[in-house]
Design a protein around this ligand. Structure first.
Ligand code: AQP
Length: 333
């Protein structure tokens, strides 16, 4: 199929910390699966990351690390466009335009804003509020058909669709309507210490998340301490969030169904489940960690990847932005 006929996929990950098993199972794991059939565009969204205060040197390091992890997780820079968001100014430019087509009321309903505003009450900045509009710009700039994300981003994709529909309604068809691509399993991996909350890289308690770069001993220890419950039955059930989370992780790490895992552990206790999940995750993440470490030693290569990626992304983004500028009535520069 020629590049012209291929549908487009766009997604991004924030370099707001080190990536977790949740980021991997909910999103990045799916990125390479589609790179043969689709034109894939994957971005490290550093503009989004500064909606929460970042330490500059750490942000630079984490940005390169996310790029290296994209490649370590199977993305091929020859097939997919990999780049850093701040290198393509069209994201910020389109976000401004879209701000003028987003209602204050609809943006105010975003639950991630409410959660993050509560978590960072000392820094509830306008950028944090505007985060979903920038995300809409990221997606609509590339006329993306599909957006692979974890379930926590679903509301933002719905807002993106509303903004696109409104703009298209005023000015005739301009943006492709994007669809979310949410995995059937793993769309919301929960914290190991509080399984009612999602696993998050900015969690204050490092026991709650497993990082892709964690050493095997740390991974095993975190799973041994994972919160379960007192009934000792290994089944997925709404009233057993901790055990359900462990079963889901084990199923994804070993390529089994939930039912197969429940059968494997029937009659066994958490003392067997927890180390088994830990070991399966160690093996799942080992090649990713090793490949990431190798790639991070080769900064020149990473620079080549993100420079070439930004060039390709800019050319595509420019086309959309020109069209949008024309439609809203700006004079051609
Ligand atoms: N726990 C999770 N389970 C499944 N998917 C998840 N994602 C995040 N956490 C989970 C998905 O990972 C992708 C990248 O996320 P992001 O870094 O852009 O932002 P986020 O959703 O805010 O992730 P974090 O880890 O919770 O970051 P912080 O702590 O900085 O806010 C997205 O597709 C997301 O759905």
């Amino acid at each position: 199929m020629s590049e012209h006929q291929k549908k487009t996929i766009f997604s991004g990950v924030q370099p707001s910390g080190k990536l977790t098993l949740g980021n991997y199972l909910g999103a990045i794991r799916n990125f390479p699966l589609l790179q043969e059939e689709y034109q894939c565009i994957y971005c490290v969204v550093d503009l989004h990351a500064i909606t929460v205060r970042q330490e500059p040197a750490a942000l630079r390091r984490q940005t390169l690390e996310v790029l290296a992890q994209y490649i370590a997780c199977g993305l091929d820079p020859e097939k997919s466009i990999l780049f850093i968001q701040s290198h393509v100014p069209a994201h910020a430019e389109l976000a401004w335009i879209l701000n003028c087509y987003t209602m204050f009321g609809e943006a105010s309903r975003m639950t991630q804003f409410k959660d993050k505003a509560a978590k960072h009450s000392d820094n509830v900045n306008v950028g944090l509020f505007d985060y979903p509009v920038l995300m809409a710009a990221d997606i609509l700039l590339y006329q993306a058909d599909l957006v692979p994300v974890g379930v926590d981003q679903l509301q933002h994709i719905e807002l993106t669709r509303n903004i696109a529909q409104r703009f298209n309604g005023v000015y005739s068809d301009t943006f492709t309507m994007p669809e979310p691509y949410i995995p059937k399993a793993g769309a919301k991996i929960m914290s190991l210490t509080d399984p009612t909350r999602k696993m998050s890289k900015s969690d204050q308690n490092p026991g709650g998340f497993v990082l892709l770069m964690d050493k095997p001993d740390d991974i095993l220890r975190k799973f041994k301490r994972a919160v379960t419950d007192s009934d000792n039955r290994i089944v997925v059930r709404d009233d057993k969030p901790g055990v359900s989370n462990l079963i889901t992780i084990y199923a994804l790490a070993t390529g089994q169904t939930i039912q197969q895992v429940e059968e494997q552990f029937a009659g066994k206790g958490y003392g067997e489940l927890k180390p088994a999940v830990g070991e399966a995750v160690v093996e799942l993440l080992r090649p990713i960690r090793e490949k990431t470490e190798d790639l991070l030693k080769n900064k020149d290569y990473l620079e080549q990847v993100y420079t070439a990626g930004a060039q390709k992304a800019s050319a595509l983004a420019r086309k959309t932005l020109d069209k949008v500028y024309r439609k809203v009535g700006f004079i051609k520069r």
